[in-house]
Write a new protein. Structure first.
Length: 346
């Protein structure tokens, strides 16, 4: 969604497609059940990484065919994929139109994620864009997130934000307890009613439970989940911020993000110059993410931070490192944008 909005601002026609809309209904309808199971039991979530496989048999052939026909009518030949699970669909489209496509495969992890591993060498002919490239000394390429400058550290609220990514998975509930014992004030993203445990030191936020990534909003577009600030005894009001995830404003104003090392969370950390404090990873690709971010000086493991008494000076240094890195970083703009202005991407 962020990339789509960026292309809009650049005057480049684009369409965002959501993979789940191509699933067989029976498979798609199970997604909320998996989400709840992964939220409740991180061990189950981590096991699922080892079981990743080709999703072809999960795809509805009629839905796929209709999408390919739409693409063909519009003569679509340039694509940006944020997961390797698009590979069998792109391969089918190439056979359908008999044309070699221009495809950027985006890697928001510092190592191959399961969505790419399951397809082996089948993606080699596409253009691979690595954002967190371990072979390079510095972080050089970002996804567009915001035009807002980072808020200086001394102007930020004395709070840290804890969450479990899009599906609410990981060890963040225990981290919240540890942070409270350490005297911290927190913003916490809740995912289900039972996640909200009233405490004067916690501001709870929650995505609209009626929202789904594969449903279009009132403007006929896929969008970010509306979010509400929960206040005890008051009915939550879910608000949509439009072109950025509503939680991003809290990320800009807090001192650190406490979460598992998801690739999108790292990009939000960079855009806001907000340090990451890493909880246990979800798979080897997220382990590589944390190692990379810490090596850049942009974050710290939760265990190390806790051992050092939740020292704010560690966060200040990481914030300064993020600010310095932003001075040299280019912005990815999509395959068509690259042909128009190759100074924006390599």
């Amino acid at each position: 969604m962020q990339l789509g909005f960026h292309l809009d601002r650049s005057g480049i026609l684009n369409e965002v497609c959501v993979l789940e809309n191509l699933y067989i209904d029976e498979v798609k309808n199970k997604v909320p059940t998996y989400r709840k199971a992964f939220h409740d039991n991180f061990a189950i979530a981590r096991k699922s990484v080892e079981l990743a496989r080709d999703i072809t048999d999960c795809l509805d052939p009629i839905k796929v065919q209709l999408l390919l026909e739409d693409w063909s009518r519009d003569r679509r030949t340039s694509f940006v994929a944020l997961t390797g699970f698009w590979i069998p669909i792109l391969e089918q489209y190439e056979r359908f139109v008999g044309t070699v496509l221009e495809v950027d495969m985006l890697h928001l992890d510092a190592a191959l994620s399961p969505s790419y591993l399951v397809y082996g060498s089948r993606s080699e002919r596409y253009n691979h864009i690595w954002f967190y490239e371990p072979t390079k000394e510095s972080f050089e390429l970002q996804l567009p997130m915001t035009n807002e400058a980072p808020i200086p550290f001394h102007q930020r609220e004395e709070r840290v934000l804890a969450h479990g990514g899009g599906w609410g998975i990981g060890t963040y509930p225990q981290a919240v307890r540890d942070l409270l014992e350490g005297g911290m004030k927190l913003d916490v993203l809740a995912y289900f009613d039972e996640d909200i445990q009233p405490d004067a030191r916690i501001c709870y936020y929650r995505n609209d439970p009626m929202w789904s990534p594969w449903l279009r909003n009132g403007r006929g577009r896929f969008g970010f989940p509306p979010i509400a600030h929960f206040q005890h005894g008051e009915k939550p009001i879910y608000l949509d911020s439009g072109t950025t995830h509503p939680l991003f404003e809290r990320i800009r104003r807090c001192r650190a993000i406490v979460s598992k090392p998801g690739g999108c969370s790292l990009m939000e950390s960079f855009a806001a110059a907000t340090p990451m404090v890493f909880l246990e990873p979800f798979g080897r690709h997220e382990t590589a993410n944390a190692d990379y971010w810490i090596r850049q000086g942009f974050g710290v493991s939760f265990l190390d931070w806790k051992t050092q008494g939740f020292d704010i000076e560690i966060l200040k240094r990481a914030h300064c490192n993020l600010l310095n890195a932003r001075e040299h970083c280019k912005t990815y703009g999509g395959v068509k944008y690259a042909t128009k202005n190759d100074s924006e991407i390599r």
